[in-house]
Design a protein around this ligand. Structure first.
Ligand code: AMP
Ligand code: MG
Length: 375
């Protein structure tokens, strides 16, 4: 059985936002639309535009998502599917313009995360059966198959970009942007909204979102998913322009022989990452927040802080397998837990390297070849 918690949570989140809206007397019109993309429900909320203008804006954004969904699907026929077909040959080919920026961004984020965020492990993800909306893997992958793919060490640094030409030096590389595409899509949607004159909006993909501006001068109040997948652990207010992304083991999983196998794979072992229930990241760009949530989930309770530093993240909440809440102090200051007494909290040292993706990394880049660094 595979389960998607996104839709369930969305209802809660929307009611959370609705609460925030009703708490302040609405002076500006609010338009809302809901549609399906990236296998999840997308909720668009725009403040301050009249109905007809909102209909036009909403149609444009839906169009964007339909295009991105088609272009970035890892296993359906389409531009990324075609790239994946051509990569193993090792020969250079012209990369579709819709896919190139995703590859470039993915390369940078993979490197900054010490390759814990690794969109080049598409073969491993397929092996676990997560390349299907409704999947039942039948049997578990054999240990030998997993080990063979881990040893082949597929990495984003195996991709060589020269102008519009791409070639791959490792036939094991298959691209899967499931851990990044939603964030990238939301950033593009926000950019498009701004170009259309929108200043106050939320683009929310099943609980992962970017919020800009405010609601009649009041900050957006965002519900943070509980690591059980249903319910809310707490809320926070966004500051002008921020994204909130959560990666959880409850999002996609199946059970075999009484054991649960979820969809976030540790590229070092080839198995679902262990030790974490969920990671929530707040960052300006949704792209970075999305990749970082996935990377910190893999990094686990011991190493998330270092990887967050490398990625330039300023706000993290990690819930470990025991239910302990790990946070940096700045996150602890912002997060309003629903039931603070119910949680054991471990505060980390401050995160000091927060940056936006357009700024250069503040640390020396990690090595791009050789075995994965054991964090
Ligand atoms: P997210 O929900 O953003 O954490 O993304 C999870 C999705 O990203 C999975 O369904 C896979 O498609 C893909 N994925 C799994 N493990 C990794 C990883 N270590 N690095 C990058 N993408 C991954
Ligand atoms: Mg992600």
């Amino acid at each position: 059985m595979i389960c998607s918690a996104g839709a369930r949570f969305l209802l809660l989140l929307v009611s959370g936002v609705a609460l925030a809206l009703s708490a302040c007397s609405p002076q500006q019109p609010a338009g809302t639309a809901r549609f399906l993309a990236f296998g999840t429900l997308i909720d668009l909320t725009v403040i301050g535009v009249e109905d007809r203008a909102f209909d036009r804006i909403s149609a444009a954004i839906q169009n964007d998502f339909a295009y991105m969904h088609k272009a970035w699907h890892a296993w359906d026929p389409g531009p990324l599917g075609r790239v994946n077909q051509l990569l193993p040959s090792g020969k250079p080919f012209a990369v579709p313009p819709s896919v190139l920026p995703l590859i470039e961004t993915g390369k940078q984020l993979a490197e900054d995360s010490g390759h814990l965020f690794n969109p080049a492990i598409g073969r491993l993800i397929a092996l676990w059966g997560f390349h299907s909306e409704e999947m039942d893997p039948g049997s578990l992958p054999s240990a030998e198959e997993v080990e063979r793919l881990v040893r082949a060490n597929p990495r984003m640094s195996d991709l060589i970009i020269e102008g519009i030409m791409l070639r791959c030096t490792n036939p094991a590389v298959q691209l899967d942007f499931g851990g990044l595409g939603k964030g990238y899509g939301i950033d593009l949607a926000i950019q498009h909204l701004r170009e259309l004159g929108v200043e106050n909006a939320i683009v929310n993909a099943g609980g992962d979102l970017r919020a800009i501006g405010s609601r009649d001068g009041h900050p957006w109040r965002i519900a943070i998913r509980s690591p059980t997948g249903s319910g809310v652990i707490g809320t926070l207010e966004t500051r002008r322009d921020e994204s909130v992304f959560t990666s959880g083991n409850y999002e996609r999983y199946f059970t075999r022989g009484g054991k649960t196998y979820h969809h976030i794979i540790d590229p070092r072992t080839g198995y679902p990452a262990r030790g974490v229930r969920s990671v929530t990241v707040v960052h300006r760009e949704a792209t970075v927040a999305d990749a970082a949530a996935t990377a910190l989930f893999v990094a686990g309770p011991e190493h998330w802080h270092r990887i967050a530093q490398q990625l330039g993240i300023g706000f993290v909440l990690l819930v470990d397998e025991q239910g302990i809440l790990h946070m940096n102090p700045a996150m602890a200051q912002r997060l309003q837990l629903l039931d603070p007494a119910d949680h054991e909290i471990r505060l980390s040292p401050p995160l000091t390297a927060a940056r936006t993706v357009s700024e250069p990394p503040r640390q020396a880049p990690l090595p791009t070849s050789g075995p994965a660094q054991e964090p």
